[in-house]
Design a protein around this ligand. Structure first.
Ligand SMILES: NC(=O)c1ccc[n+]([C@@H]2O[C@H](COP(=O)([O-])OP(=O)(O)OC[C@H]3O[C@@H](n4cnc5c(N)ncnc54)[C@H](O)[C@@H]3O)[C@@H](O)[C@H]2O)c1
Length: 328
């Protein structure tokens, strides 16, 4: 039975990846320090014999006994509300964390895939973003802790590939959504749906003309799986190129939820990217991958999940500092 280590396993994306690798017949070792994750996301897996969970901070030395075929490094605070609250941990997991995991991959002769992000492009001067665009990032701006951690992570991973010959893969993930997102993580989709469910007005930061492109989680997981199994070492964008303005998106959520609330506008936060859309030509060519689930269907599934949550979840404070912003 192949064995995979998934870091960030109790988080949104990590938990969906655990499900997928279990389905593919793997023994899955999930690792997480639960700083933003929740064991509820993987409680359905814990009774399984081919799943084990290690409560561990990957910025500290990582030990796993037995063989490992693959490692997926998804541990990292991922929403602005989180990484602004815990900036040092964010920088550590993208630097010390990846160093530990690269060392483990080298020892076990395992293939390692890292979760990078569209944030490596910063506030992009090129649109849509192709993998050969180097980005426009302010290293000392508030988002620098996340963006630069991810950029360092890519550089370190590439160095282990070129110097040690390690098998590595880099996925640049664009905004993804779906069940198991946290209602209070500050990202635009759960923020809007949470507001609609609580009967509050929907808050847009800025004038709502900034764009985002949202990929449903099942599509993302399929793209990641294909990339892992491919032989391509460079970064690959995985996301949904269907771009929408935040204002149009708020209107879609109003229609979906049937709320009678209105849209209110607040000041745009510093360094908020004005537009975001992946160019996925490389993923189409290399992996034969494109997203299959359109926004109407994905939003329906995600809304059903949020509606099924206990009512107290609607009123839970974000555990991060109150830095309200409506973008990933
Ligand atoms: N969701 C998106 O749209 C998106 C977009 C681009 C990139 N990503 C990347 O994907 C990964 C997962 O994001 P997510 O949306 O699932 O976020 P998430 O917060 O739901 O999950 C991250 C998980 O990592 C864990 N974690 C954080 N630091 C850790 C550490 N030092 N040791 C062990 N575990 C640690 C958290 O407890 C959490 O369970 C992140 O690396 C993120 O940067 C996500």
């Amino acid at each position: 039975m192949p064995r995979v280590l998934i870091t960030g396993a109790a988080g949104f994306l990590g938990s969906h990846l655990c499900d997928r690798f279990i389905k593919e017949g793997y023994h899955v070792i999930g690792m997480d320090n639960l700083i933003t994750g929740d064991l509820k996301n993987i409680e359905h897996l814990t009774p399984l014999q081919n799943f084990e969970f290690h409560h561990h901070d990957v910025s500290k030395f990582v030990h796993v006994s037995g063989k490992l075929d693959e490692i997926l490094h998804f541990a990292s605070p991922a929403s602005p509300i989180d990484y602004l609250k815990i900036p040092i941990q964010t920088l550590k997991v993208g630097s010390l964390g990846i160093h530990n995991l690269l060392g483990l991959a080298k020892e076990k002769k395992a293939r390692l895939l890292i979760a990078s992000t569209s944030e490596v492009y910063g506030d992009p001067a090129v649109h849509p973003q192709t993998e050969d665009y180097w980005g426009n990032v302010n290293p000392v701006g508030p988002r620098g802790v996340y963006d630069e951690a991810k950029r360092f992570q890519e550089a370190m991973t590439m160095a282990y590939h070129t110097y040690h010959g390690l098998e590595t893969r880099i996925v640049r993930i664009f905004n993804t959504y779906g069940p198991r997102m946290r209602l209070n993580d500050g990202r635009v989709l759960p923020a809007f749906i949470g507001q609609a469910l609580r009967g509050e007005d929907l808050t847009i930061f800025g004038d709502g003309s900034q764009t985002r492109s949202f990929c449903y989680v099942d599509d993302l997981v399929e793209g990641i799986y294909r990339l892992l199994k491919s032989d391509y070492v460079g970064p690959v964008n995985i996301g949904n190129p269907d771009e929408i303005t935040i204002k149009q998106f708020a209107e879609e959520i109003i229609r979906l939820t049937g709320t009678s609330q209105k849209i209110v506008y607040k000041t745009l936060p510093t360094d908020d990217p004005k537009q975001r859309r992946p160019d996925i030509s490389l993923a189409i060519k290399l992996l034969g991958w494109e997203p299959k689930i359109d926004r109407a269907e994905g939003l329906k599934r995600t809304y059903a999940y949020f509606k099924s949550l206990p009512e107290e979840d609607l009123y839970k404070e974000a555990h991060g500092r109150a830095f309200d912003k409506n973008s990933k």
